[in-house]
Each structure stands twice: as structure tokens, then as C-alpha cells.
Design a protein around this ligand. Structure first.
Ligand code: ACM
Length: 715
């Protein structure tokens, strides 16, 4: 009996391993729920045609039109040559059993089934949304083969794990133009994200036209705002791609820009100017005046009419309460109402605003500070200060979204975001019913250090890894597979017009003031911006919204793939199982880093923007030399002398320190080589540079990044 059981277990295990491997062999991100590989492939050429069987809504026709446009770009053919035909013999036959809601809803069916053989392809879905998701899968499957462009024969059955998968973009701190938003919506659609959370107002800017209160944008935006027509255009563009648009108007804090035109809303005496600094500030709405709610009723009514989505985000984060403490009338109100502190006053405000939001037919969404049992269970909590509030909310009957762990402005590795699981920690022990209240999550792109030029590189490709976490089954978590596919999806996103890669060289050229950036690139390829909220702490003078974002730190990538691959090769080397060619690649890189200083130094002297990287360049050169010497000892099988090791480790410590708000990401790997050359035990295989442990060491973090004090200090 036991043998049979063991055989069955082995079979189950083997089948699931095979399933995972079949999925991973496809260049897809996010990976689908179920994949069965076929044999052969379907060639995509000039005779490619599509037919739409089944229901026909305008949104479906448009989805197919967009698909043909993207396929045309991908294979270098005008879409006009690829036909939508009325034939069961079309190359791709699409059949949607039903249409979609006039306003996209949370939880609408996004499942699809895609079958591809060498004779043709069929895409079946219950709704147009499922067709949209399946078409994106089809596009990602297109490969270059010896017979031309082709998709592999495969049967895919797919549906998302979580119904809400978002990207938030903060356009308050830095205005982000419409075309940039649109290309990011294309990126979202490509990785099956379905919510664009538009953070529209901040201390530093009120970014949307109000016709009822024109001084909001008139005095609070420096002229940088979206007209209502532009907003409608973004909503329509998103809808064509299966994406909901959820607006956020952060209140009662983060509201300085509102008060420039309407100081009567504030709790302080004023006057108010648009805030230029970064941080948490005192201005907050006055929750004790009826006029505040009258204003908000009229404003929310206007915005609820403009944004069709069911959800309406009221922010609610980071109210420091200082204006409330300093206002005798507010203190008297709190006393009369028996309120014990500012939390009670904010809860009162939230209750009043919730009633207004609900009166205008919307569901209120807010950051986790709004979680209090006195709000109705219809509201949704967005957890940002840590994952626990998500589990707490779900236990209390509230629905929630996870953003803690998905802040892409913190410059974490894709691996670290990928490891953030909405149903882990306290959420893992929730009942199935409670777990269902966890609707998904959202990547957050806060805007202190982003411009139209570099925002894509802060969002992509790492957000694709978050998208996979939220779409794919929980057992999809192989980091090597993720990185392999992330590189491919990154190239695919390039083709869609995202500028995360294409902006890099032009930024470096401008900084260097010359076309030849080879030496600068050697350095830039192995550094990353400092992590978490250390950019302020390590800045020589505080940055503001007026500081140019034209420094090397603004151009370099949040995650260095050179450093990650170097770390992997070093780990293999020191563990004694280096792949063929690994050691010579490591040596080549170390040589290049050692010698780069000679090339870069004369350029550094000629460019003001380059001056600050001189110490980084020197440190990289020293790391290169130290790594080569360590390899030499290892090759000779001769332990490195203790005094040499001590001196080199001191040099590594120096090189690990932030310079010009950047970190040299290869320093920990060079340290491993040095330790290995001395036969030190700690030199054993360790995490690659992108892993949380390694980065924690590099950053000198203690107790995890979710240090609330820092967060509060920061934003
Ligand atoms: C936040 O990051 N203050 C929601």
C-alpha cells in the first residue's frame, strides 16, 4: 500500500514539476496557469488573418485592431496586410462567448483558452477581457525561427489569481505628460495589469482640471495639469486595453496644492504656496467645518462624473496633525465630541467623506491609515506600511490590496518584489473566505525622482515581475526563470515604445557631453541608486521638485543585471562548480573595471555632472584589482596573506558606501572572492547580488526596510 502511495505521490510531484517546466519553457510573463506543449509551430507571415466568431462588441473589434498593429510592429509588416476575415479558416479564430460591462468591473472574467497548432490558432474566452489577455499571450509567443516568425504549438488555459492588479503613478510630485501615461498603459496591458491608479493631487501639485473649482488647477499646478478631455482620453485608451482607471485625491493631508487657491479648506491660517520640498507636511483639511464637506461634496460629484470606475481613492495617509493641534477651534471641536486624539478626528473625517463618496455611487478606497471599525465594510484598504494591515483588514471583513513590498521607487530588485506574496505572513493563516477579500496588489511609482525621461526605467521591467506575482499561480516562483523571461519581456516592452532601455544612453551622453560613453557605461552598468529612502539622507543638500533630474543617479538602472550575473558567476566559482567560461568572464569584467578609471577620469574632469562619480570610478577600479589578485591566489592554490586580506576588505567596505547617491553593486561579490582566496568559510555560496539578504548587507539595513519612522520622515 505504502509503495503504491509513494508511486502516486512521485507521479503527482513529477507531473507538477513537468507542468512548471512546460510553463517556464515559454517566453511568457506572466506565466499562464496551465500549459500543454504541442509539437511544431504556426508560421506568422503576410497571409496571417484573424476572424471573430461569436459575439461582436466594438471593444472586441478595437482589441483586435490594436493586436494587429502590435503584431505588425513585431514582425515588421504593415497591419493593413493582415486581414480580419469572415472565415473559419483564418490563421487565428477568436471567439468570445459574451461582451463586457459598459464600465469595467472588479472581478470580470479575464480567463481565456489559446490553442495553437501548425495549422492555425483558436482563442476562446467568456468575455472580451479574456480575449485581450489571450491576445497579449499570443504576441509574447511570437519568436524568430529559421522559417520566419512563428508561435509554438501549445494549449494554454489561463486566468488570473487575483482580480485586481495595478500600477499607481504619482503625477502630483512631478507632472507626467499624457503620452508617457499612454505608453505605460501599453506596458500594463502587455503584462495583464488591469488597474491604473492615478495619484492626481499632492502637496506639490493638483493635476486635474476642475470646472467647479478652477483655482485648484489654476493656482495649484504651475499650469501642469490634465484637462477633463485629456482625462477622458486616458480612460478610453485604458478601456481599450482592459484597464480600469481609479483616481486618487489624497485627503485630508497631502493637500497643500489645494489650499493655494482655497485656503479656507485648510486647518492653518495660511497663506499657502505650492510645496517644493519632499516629505510629510503640516497642512491638512479642516474636518470640523461644514464648508469643507460642502466643497468635497461638489468636488467629488464632479470627479465621480468624470471617472466611471466604481472605486474612488481618498488617500488618507500621513496626516501629522500639527495644524489640528495648533488650531483652538479644532481643539474645542474635538473636546466637545469627546475625541481622544487626531486619529479620532481623522476617523470622523473619513466617515463623512465615505458618505459623500457613497452618495455619488462610488466605493471608497484608502491607504491603510483609514482602517477603523467605524467605517462600513464596503471600503477597500490599500496596505503600504506593512503587510499586516492587509490581513487585519481581511479578518475584520474589509477587502484589501497589497502595496507594501511593491514600491518601485524604493529601487529594490525584481527578485525582492517577486518574493512579496499577498497571501504570505499573517495572510497565509486567514480562512479561505478571508483570503478572498485580498483582491490583489499594486506596484507604486512615487514621483519624487521621476521625470518623463526616466519614469519608464523606474517602472519597467521590474513591474512585470510584480504583475506575474499577481496573475500567475502561487507556485510560479523560480527566480532564475523569472529573470530569463524578464529580460525578454523587457525587450518586448521596448518594442511597444516604452523607454526604460532607450533613455539610458541618451541620458549618459548628455551627462558626459560626448557621444563616446563606453567608459561611463562600464561604471553606470554596475551601480544602482541607493535603496529605500536613503536618497535624502545621503544628499549633500535636500532635493526639491525644482531640482534637475539629470544626474548619473537619475539615469542608472534600479537593478544592475551586470552585477547580478557577476554575483551568480562568483558564487559558482567560490562554490567550486563554475560553468565553462565563467572564470574568464569574471576575469574580463574585473580587468575592465580595474582599467576603466584611466578612461573615465579625463572625462570626469570635463563634465560638472560627472564630477561626483569620480570616487565611484576609483572604487570600482580598486575592486577590479582586488578581485583579480584574489583570483590569482585562488588559481595558484595559495592562501592570500592575512595582511593583504585585511587591507582589501577595508577597501571593499569603503567601496560599499553610497557615493553620489549610488551603490557599487559588485562590491559584495568581490568581497566573496577576497574571502575565498583566504580560505574563509563565509566565502561559500551565497545569495546573488539581487537577493534581499545581500542587499541588506550592502545597505547596512537592520530590521527590514519597512521602518515606519523613515517612511513618515520621507513622504
Ligand atoms: C504612502 O506611501 N504615503 C501611501
Amino acid at each position: 500500500m505504502r509503495t503504491i502511495l509513494a508511486a502516486v505521490m512521485l507521479c503527482v510531484l513529477f507531473t507538477s514539476v513537468v507542468k512548471v517546466q512546460a510553463r517556464q519553457s515559454l517566453n511568457l510573463m506572466p506565466l499562464p496557469a496551465k500549459v500543454q506543449m504541442g509539437s511544431g509551430h504556426l508560421v506568422i507571415g503576410p497571409t496571417f488573418s484573424v476572424s471573430i466568431a461569436g459575439q461582436h462588441e466594438a471593444r472586441l473589434d478595437r482589441a483586435v485592431e490594436i493586436f494587429l498593429g502590435q503584431l505588425g510592429l513585431q514582425i515588421g509588416m504593415p497591419p493593413i496586410d493582415m486581414q480580419v476575415v469572415d472565415s473559419a479558416n483564418a490563421t487565428l479564430v477568436i471567439q468570445a462567448a459574451g461582451g463586457t460591462k459598459s464600465v469595467q468591473e472588479l472581478g470580470e472574467d479575464e480567463s481565456y483558452r489559446l490553442e495553437i497548432s501548425n495549422a492555425g490558432a483558436r482563442l476562446n474566452a467568456p468575455t472580451t477581457l479574456g480575449v485581450m489577455r489571450g491576445l497579449q499571450t499570443f504576441l509574447q509567443l511570437v519568436q524568430t525561427t529559421s522559417e520566419g516568425f512563428a508561435v509554438p504549438a501549445v494549449a494554454i488555459e489561463d486566468s488570473p489569481r487575483f482580480p485586481s492588479r495595478g500600477l499607481m503613478i504619482d503625477v502630483g510630485r512631478h507632472f507626467i505628460p499624457l503620452d508617457v501615461l499612454k505608453r505605460n498603459l501599453d506596458g500594463m496591458a502587455a503584462v495583464k495589469l488591469n488597474v491604473f491608479h492615478w495619484h492626481l493631487s499632492e502637496n506639490q501639485g493638483f493635476r486635474i482640471e476642475s470646472k467647479k473649482f478652477p483655482k485648484l488647477q489654476g493656482m495649484g499646478s504651475d499650469g501642469l495639469y490634465y484637462t477633463q478631455d485629456e482625462v477622458r482620453a486616458v480612460i478610453a485608451y485604458a478601456r481599450e486595453r482592459g484597464i480600469r482607471v481609479v483616481p486618487e485625491f489624497d485627503m485630508p493631508g497631502h493637500t497643500t496644492a489645494w489650499f493655494v487657491g482655497y485656503p479656507e479648506l485648510a486647518s492653518g491660517p495660511g497663506s499657502y504656496q505650492i510645496e517644493r520640498r519632499w516629505g510629510v507636511f503640516d497642512p491638512a483639511m479642516d474636518p470640523t467645518r461644514e464648508e469643507t464637506y460642502k466643497f468635497l461634496d461638489a468636488f467629488i460629484s464632479e470627479m465621480a462624473g468624470l471617472f466611471p470606475d466604481q472605486s474612488f481613492h481618498i488617500g488618507g495617509d500621513e496626516v501629522n496633525g500639527k495644524e489640528w493641534d495648533a488650531n483652538p477651534k479644532i481643539q474645542a471641536f474635538m473636546h466637545a465630541q469627546g475625541m481622544k486624539g487626531n486619529n479620532d478626528l481623522q476617523a470622523y473625517f473619513n466617515q463623512r467623506v465615505q458618505k459623500i463618496v457613497s452618495k455619488h455611487g462610488k466605493t471608497m478606497l484608502g491607504w491603510d491609515e483609514i482602517l477603523r471599525p467605524d467605517l462600513p465594510k464596503t471600503i477597500v484598504i490599500q496596505s503600504w506600511r506593512g503587510p499586516d494591515s492587509l490581513a487585519q483588514a481581511a479578518k475584520q471583513g474589509y477587502r484589501g490590496l497589497l502595496s507594501s513590498g511593491y514600491y518601485v521607487d524604493l529601487m529594490w530588485s525584481a527578485e525582492r518584489h517577486y518574493a512579496t506574496e499577498p497571501l504570505s505572513g499573517a495572510a497565509a493563516s486567514l480562512t479561505p473566505e478571508e483570503q478572498k477579500r485580498i483582491l490583489g496588489g499594486e506596484a507604486c511609482m512615487w514621483g519624487e525622482y521621476v521625470s518623463p525621461e526616466n519614469i519608464d526605467s523606474r517602472i519597467w521591467p521590474r513591474t512585470a515581475a510584480i504583475a506575474e506575482r499577481l496573475w500567475s499561480p502561487q507556485d510560479v516562483r523560480d527566480v532564475n526563470s523569472m529573470y530569463q523571461r524578464l529580460a525578454l519581456v523587457s525587450t518586448w516592452l521596448d518594442g511597444l515604445g516604452l523607454t526604460h532601455n532607450s533613455s539610458y544612453a541618451p541620458m549618459l551622453r548628455r551627462i558626459a557631453g560626448k557621444d563616446d560613453i563606453a567608459a561611463l557605461k562600464v561604471l553606470a552598468d554596475v551601480v544602482e541608486p541607493v535603496k529605500d529612502y536613503t536618497r535624502e539622507e545621503t544628499a549633500p543638500s535636500p532635493a526639491t521638485s525644482e531640482s534637475p533630474l539629470n544626474r548619473v543617479v537619475d539615469a542608472v538602472r534600479p537593478e544592475s543585471s551586470t552585477a547580478r550575473k557577476f554575483a551568480d558567476a562568483v558564487n559558482e566559482l567560490v562554490a567550486g562548480h563554475a560553468k565553462p567560461g565563467s572564470e574568464s568572464r569574471v576575469k574580463d569584467l574585473l580587468n575592465r573595471w580595474r582599467d576603466n578609471q584611466v578612461e573615465l577620469q579625463p572625462q570626469v574632469e570635463k563634465s560638472l555632472l560627472l564630477k561626483e562619480v569620480a570616487p565611484l570610478s576609483q572604487n570600482l577600479s580598486a575592486l577590479g584589482a582586488a578581485g583579480l589578485a584574489a583570483l590569482d591566489y585562488l588559481d595558484r592554490g595559495e592562501p592570500a596573506p592575512a595582511a593583504w586580506v585585511t587591507a582589501q576588505l577595508a577597501l571593499v567596505e569603503q567601496a560599499k558606501k553610497p557615493q553620489a547617491q549610488m551603490l557599487i553593486m559588485v562590491a559584495p561579490s568581490v568581497e566573496k572572492l577576497i574571502r575565498a582566496s583566504a580560505g574563509q568559510a563565509s566565502a561559500g555560496p551565497a545569495a546573488p547580488s539581487s537577493s534581499p539578504e545581500n542587499r541588506s548587507t550592502l545597505m547596512g539595513q537592520r530590521g527590514g526596510p519597512w521602518n515606519l519612522r523613515k517612511l513618515i520622515f520621507r513622504r
